[in-house]
Every structure is written in C-alpha cells, then in structure tokens.
Design a protein around this ligand. Sequence first.
Ligand SMILES: C[S@@+](CC[C@H](N)C(=O)[O-])C[C@H]1O[C@@H](n2cnc3c(N)ncnc32)[C@H](O)[C@@H]1O
Length: 371
Amino acid sequence: MTGLVQVREGITDLLVPEGYSKRGPGTKTGEVFYNRQMEFGRDISVIVGREVLREGQRILDGLAATGARGLRMANECGVRADFELNDRDLRAAVLMKENAELNSLGHVTIHCRDLRALLAEEQFDYVDIDPFGSPVDFVDSAVQSCRNGGVLGFAATDTAPLYGSYSKTSLRRYGALSERSPFGHETGLRILVGFAVREAAKHDRGVEPLLCYHADHYFRCYVRIVNGAARADVALRSLGYTGFDRKTLDRWMDDGRRNDADAGPVWLGPLMSKDLIRSLKATGDLGTAQRCSKMIDSWKDEMGMPPLFYLMDELAKKTKLSPPKLGDFIPYLNGRGARASRTHFDPKGLKTDLSAKELIKEYRKFATRKK
Ligand SMILES: C[S@@+](CC[C@H](N)C(=O)[O-])C[C@H]1O[C@@H](n2cnc3c(N)ncnc32)[C@H](O)[C@@H]1O
C-alpha cells in the first residue's frame, strides 16, 4: 500500500495513512481510519486486557481499521490467545495484515466482513467495538456472540446526544431521555451502560461493569456478560432515572420514574469493579503511561463515592464566590468529616456524600475564610 507512514504505539509498529488525524475526534477521510489521539484509549485497552484476557481465548477486534487496537492487545497483553481482527473495508483488511506481519503477528486471523454477520456466526471471549459514533448497531449482536463470562469492550463518540444536547436522538438511539446538566458526562455514560444492560436482558444475559469511563470526546465501557435470566433481572434492577434541580443544585438518582426525572433509564450501580481497578498498572512501555497512571489514580479516588458529581463552576455561580482550588477544597471537606474526591469526569468536578445544601454551605465557608 502507498501513502503510509510508520508510527509506534507501546511496543507495536503500525503503518497508517500519511494524513492521519493527530488531534481531535478524527474524521472519515476516505482512507483507513487512524487517530493518534486515541493512543491513550488503546493504552487503557492493553492495561485492561492484561488483567481480563486469558490463555487460549478467542478475542475479536470487530472494527479494527489499521488493526491498531487488536494488534496492540495481541502484542502487548502477554496472553497466548487467538486474536482476530475484522473490518468490512478491504483496504483496512489488507493494511491490518501488513501491520500484523510488521510485528511478527502473522498468526492473527483477519476477517473482512460486516461485523454483525460475523458476530451472528461466531462466539468470542472478548469482543471490541470501536465505531464511528454510536455502538448501537453492534451491541445486540456482540452480546449474543460473547461467551458466558466473556467481556465486551465498546466505545461511543456520539457524546452530544448522551450529554443531553440532542435529547431526541438519545431517545431514538438509546431509548433513553437525556438532559443537559453540569454532570452530563456521567449521565451520558450511565445511559450507555443502561442501554447495554437492556440489550443483554433481551437474551437472558446480565451485564457487570468492569470499567466504564469518559475521556476526551468519547465514552468507553468494558463489561462482563453473564448468562441467566436471574443475572439479567439483577442488572435490570439497577436501572433508574436521574433528576436535577437547577435552583438548589440538588441532584438525585432513583430506581423509579419520578415526575421530575430528567434522564434515564440510566445505570445506577458502580461504573467500575474495585478488584479490576486495583489491579491496573500503567507500565512504562506505554506511550501515555503518565496519563494512564493519573487516570487510574483518579478512578481509585472516586471508587465507592456517591454518583453525580458537582462542578466548582456551578458552586461559584450559585454562591457568587469565585472557586477556590479544588486541591484545597477536597481536603477541607474531608477534614470536616465529609467524603469528597475528585472525579475523572471533569478536572473541575468533585464527588461527595454531602447534600447540595450542605455542600453549598461548606463552599461558602471555605471561599470566604480568612487566609
Ligand atoms: C473508528 S474506526 C476503528 C478504529 C480502530 N479500532 C482503532 O483503534 O484505530 C471504525 C471502523 O469500523 C469499520 N466498520 C464500520 N461499519 C462496519 C461494519 N458494519 N462491519 C465491519 N466494519 C465496519 C470502518 O470501516 C472503520 O474502519
């Protein structure tokens, strides 16, 4: 293939189109897709893969493009398994084969199929879905194709409907109400997880979140798929709605649909598994190791914290007091006996067990304290 350049991610070399996207979400340029900014997300896939993949499993990167994600997992997770890459674009299939050979991964199987057809015919222990925009076209077939106890990794870059900017689109696509709010990134992620739960429940299968997060312009989820109507029912019981009172900044999640609900169905449960998060390691061979390490720390910090974070800006607007440093405010709250942490959703966000009223009171006290 011509018009290619060689780049390196982790310890994997990749031939990618010369005009590849270096920043931003990346566009469909008519060439095989490659976005350098997603290296961070692929590093996280490697880190997660090292913990969840097992010897001898069948692992599919379903929308592989250059093969960047699947080949990196094959090369860097340290697991001897059957890695398979798929893309319906023939140019992508040719390029991922070249990339496999470049890394002495000639044993990786390449498919050039519509992913839904492949998923309808084959069973895998891990399926990755990394689409342009929404994963809705693939989640149903991916859930059916996952073996019992298998893992589904999927991304969504159609963040505007999920954040609440296009609520009608969210309703059509995800069957969920969405509404803009200061904590819209979290609601959006919870809508996405809730969608996967409902897709799996149709097939008597339960979904257990391993790691679901937001970064840059996308959401990414890793969930375990487990067989059984009872497991599906358990997951469905963790669906509900969120609401937000713009006057009081009060926010709530509830397993019933209240008249003042803004968004839902959403997933009410934990977005990550404590055991998995504790085991994740940002090793020095990863190109974005520092960012991965900070992100893992942030996930650890907010594990077990109440949902629906606050933004310092909304507290500042409400009190008309300019925001103190979050790095000072959080220890202050902890010192006052409250639970508070940063959140990975937003650098200006905090999670706390205080009610909105209590938090505003503490904010006032802290912002007007004599130094
Ligand atoms: C966003 S790119 C994947 C990026 C890649 N995972 C990475 O990390 O660089 C999405 C890919 O999905 C492929 N695709 C879209 N719809 C498909 C379908 N129904 N079946 C198979 N491939 C499809 C496109 O050709 C494109 O290469």
